[in-house]
Design a protein. Structure first.
Length: 97
């Protein structure tokens, strides 16, 4: 393998790492946002108790695309409390019911 090919492979690998780490940080921020919302509301479903670091599709009332929260469907959940500003951590949120 030539030096040029090795350099190209290294650059591609580094780009992959940056993309993977950025995506993980984003979904982690979404999870932190959900936990903050849960702390401010009463009668919420359990959004914390899972072995998966971000069990996006297994959480009641939450819909995701590419491991990012895109929809919160909270109607008929009998929630009490106020919706805090922490919802802004859900940067990909498109639907809130």
């Amino acid at each position: 393998m030539g030096e040029r090919t090795g350099t190209l492979l290294l650059l591609l690998f580094m780009q992959y790492l940056v993309i993977a780490l950025t995506a993980n940080d984003a979904s982690n921020e979404d999870f932190k946002g959900l936990v903050s919302l849960q702390d401010d509301l009463m009668n919420t479903p359990n959004w914390k108790g899972s072995d998966d670091p971000f069990p996006c599709d297994n959480l009641e009332g939450i819909r995701c695309t590419d491991s990012r929260v895109t929809s919160l469907i909270l109607t008929s959940m009998n929630l009490l409390g106020t919706l805090s500003s922490e919802i802004s951590q859900l940067s990909e949120l498109q639907t809130l019911w």
